[in-house]
Design a protein around this ligand. Structure first.
Ligand code: GRG
Length: 301
């Protein structure tokens, strides 16, 4: 009988380790105003699926790297993701009261502190990648590429650009290509980053990085279409995830453009093409990444 933990156990283990590491990496022992630390901690510890850290860890482990080498970057991407959620919830953006089933950061700490907590999480992410590099054994060259790719994929050419396109799309979106651009950047780019960062920690070749980029892009798009579907079908309101702006206005989503059945088919076909790309990467052990792809396609929240 195999000793390999089930996927559920793997998921629980990685989530617990990431959450433990996140607690340690926060600047709690520094001379930092307590209100700032509290606000950073509040959103980082508010739950969440820890999907992006999971992708970093699973990609690194697919190459046989130690999990401990991947954890600092895994935490860093969760900090960037958390900052984006805090800012996205602000009155100037989505103006949401709840996130992850709890009051949003600005509802608890006030708008100015929420903005600054987001800023501090973003900058702390880069600090912790560079600082941890000295003890994680990841080469300086790999760390340099990781920092370069995080700056690109979280910034104007990535997630922030996707967010701006989304805001502009609210004035009227006319075609699917526009929605795809938003999904690829706002949602997909941090997933692509997570995979290629994990792969770099594992020592990937250029060809393998390219295949993982395709895997991440297709997976990110499938994830977001699934999110669009769940927005319409799931019991999201009760879970505190659906945004107030979703409630107030008819959101332009994948099902809006191509209908529910075609959207469900698209999730399946993107997941399959993601898995095909992963197959082409010829990783030493792609099994957890394959399981993640199936898990995301079948998730109900
Ligand atoms: C403010 C720069 C800036 C960017 C905001 C992340 C984001 C971009 C907006 C949040 C709204 C949203 C629905 C974004 C699409 C990406 C997405 C599905 C985020 C939620 O990710 P999950 O489901 O969240 O992984 P948890 O809470 O589980 O971590």
């Amino acid at each position: 009988m195999s000793n390999r933990p089930s996927f559920e156990t793997y998921l629980e283990e990685v989530t617990a380790e990431v959450t433990g590491e996140l607690k340690q990496t926060l600047p709690v022992h520094w001379d930092v105003p307590q209100s700032l630390v509290d606000a950073m901690q509040y959103s980082l510890m508010a739950g969440g699926k820890r999907l992006r850290p999971l992708l970093v860890v699973a990609a690194a482990e697919a190459f046989g790297a130690q999990r401990t080498a991947a954890l600092p970057v895994a935490c860093a991407v969760e900090m960037v993701h958390t900052y984006s959620l805090i800012h996205d919830d602000l009155p100037a953006m989505d103006n949401d009261d709840y996130r992850r089933g709890k009051l949003t950061n600005h509802k608890v700490f006030g708008e100015a502190t929420a903005i600054l907590a987001g800023d501090a999480l973003l900058t702390h992410a880069f600090y912790s990648i560079v600082q941890s590099g000295r003890r994680s054994g990841v080469s300086a060259d790999a760390l340099l590429s990781i920092v370069e790719e995080l700056s690109e994929l979280a910034g104007a050419r990535g997630m922030v650009g996707g967010q701006v396109a989304d805001m502009e799309g609210e004035q009227g979106m006319t075609d699917l290509a526009q929605l795809q651009y938003i999904h690829l950047h706002k949602t997909g780019d941090l997933m692509v980053f997570s995979l290629i960062a994990g792969a770099r920690i594992g020592g990937a070749t250029e060809g393998q990085l390219e295949a993982l980029r395709v895997f991440g892009r297709d997976l990110g798009l499938a994830f977001q279409i699934q999110d669009d579907i769940l927005d319409l079908t799931g019991d999201e309101q009760k879970m505190g995830k659906k945004t107030q702006s979703d409630v107030n206005q008819q959101k332009v989503t994948y099902p809006y453009f191509i209908g529910m059945d075609a959207s469900l088919e698209e999730v399946k076909s993107l997941t399959q093409s993601a898995k095909d790309a992963l197959g082409r990467a010829e990783l030493p052990d792609p099994s957890r990444l394959m399981e993640i792809a199936d898990y995301l396609m079948s998730r109900d929240h």
